[in-house]
Ligand binder design. Structure first.
Ligand SMILES: NC(=O)c1ccc[n+]([C@@H]2O[C@H](COP(=O)([O-])OP(=O)(O)OC[C@H]3O[C@@H](n4cnc5c(N)ncnc54)[C@H](OP(=O)(O)O)[C@@H]3O)[C@@H](O)[C@H]2O)c1
Length: 332
């Protein structure tokens, strides 16, 4: 096969053949993925980096490997979030055609081409660039499902967002405001201004103040970072308030500290406060709901920095260091 012909069927991608640190990531020339009947092949313009992708890279917590692949990753191409144009569609796909601009979650988006199930894609919001659209799906869907579905947010409620400056948090603050809440964002000193700039009514610096000292009470707490004890979080809730536990790194290599979530679900059966947790679902209806907030100008993705494909390891180290303000985009 000539070199030109080979380039028509292959692509550059970030590939990992083992779990580990960023050392396991390599740029390789591999075969382009082909769409199954219910899938769309996407020419990737941009991808988004999120904490979930870090978990795929490291294979941590170990419990996650039941889904990612026990010994080695089932899919060696890294990346979930994608924005791009439809290159081809499977025989059962009805919602998309070649050339459509889409965003959603894919089977390995750190690559020039990827595939995604039709139901995990939606039309790209026209107001957004590909880079902006690429950083919406996982974090935006998690934020919306956390507030609306698990948190059952109501207009006028006081909402505390713990971890307001990161990927999920910056969407949670904007969506909670759009849904009519009075929002308090918790973040570190250097990121408080950012949290105010995206609409938080109040900010708390977790390095200087304890939001759970019992002096303030919230109707809804969305706990994204920091892994505070349940007893502390409950102290900051109103007697009938709701706590949504959706994240928090550093909970142990085996289960990621699932005991906090299990404890919350159990305790919730016996106390007036409601405590819940969830794993976000990636689907087109949630993306379409997010698009409405985006089109209305109520939600705007915040990009800390965009990295070229070859610099994914550097982008990952930036995320690991906890320095990201909002989201990281990968440009293809
Ligand atoms: N349940 C689900 O389906 C789901 C989906 C997506 C993500 N997640 C999880 O959600 C978590 C956050 O994801 P992300 O993408 O938003 O991560 P991220 O971008 O790294 O943001 C982490 C956030 O946690 C904050 N934080 C760190 N230490 C803290 C502390 N001691 N007290 C209060 N806040 C603290 C950070 O604030 P500073 O930077 O200001 O320190 C930052 O706002 C991760 O654990 C991820 O795995 C869960």
């Amino acid at each position: 096969m000539s070199l030109a012909a080979r380039h028509d069927t292959t692509m550059r991608a970030i590939v990992q053949h083992a779990y580990g640190s960023t050392d396991v990531l390599h740029v390789e020339q591999i075969d382009r993925p082909v769409a199954e009947d219910d899938e769309v092949q996407v020419r990737v313009h941009a991808a988004g980096l999120d904490r979930g992708t870090w978990h795929f890279m490291t294979g941590l917590p170990y419990l996650g490997r039941l889904a990612f692949g026990v010994r080695t990753p089932k899919n060696p191409v890294l990346g979930l979030d994608v924005a791009g144009t439809v290159a081809s569609v499977g025989s059962k796909v009805t919602r998309f055609h070649e050339g459509d601009e889409v965003f959603g979650t894919a089977n390995g988006s750190f690559a020039e081409f990827t595939t995604a199930r039709e139901d995990k894609l939606a039309p790209k919001p026209t107001r957004l660039s590909f880079e902006q659209a690429a950083v919406v799906p996982v974090s935006g869907s998690t934020a919306l499902q956390g507030l609306r579905d698990s948190g059952r947010i109501e207009i006028g409620q006081s909402v505390l967002v713990v971890g307001a400056s990161g990927g999920v948090g910056t969407y949670t603050v904007q969506l909670a405001k759009a849904l009519g809440a009075e929002v308090t964002g918790v973040a570190s000193t250097g990121k408080l201004e950012l949290v105010s700039s995206i609409g938080a009514d109040h900010v708390i610096d977790y390095t200087k103040e304890d939001f759970a000292d019992g002096s303030r009470h919230y109707d809804l707490i969305v706990d994204i970072g920091g892994r505070r004890r349940l007893s502390s979080l409950r102290r900051a809730l109103t007697p009938k308030g709701t706590l949504v536990l959706l994240g928090g790194e550093g909970g142990g290599t085996l289960t990621g500290g699932m005991s906090r979530q299990i404890g919350a679900l159990t305790l919730s059966l016996f106390v007036g406060q409601r405590m819940t947790t969830f794993i976000a679902k990636q689907n087109h209806t949630c993306l379409e709901d997010l698009s409405e907030f985006i089109d209305a100008g109520q939600v705007t993705p915040l990009i800390d920095k965009a990295y070229p494909l070859a610099d994914v390891p550097e982008a990952m180290r930036h995320l690991e260091a906890g320095q990201v303000r909002g989201k990281i985009a990968i440009t293809i």
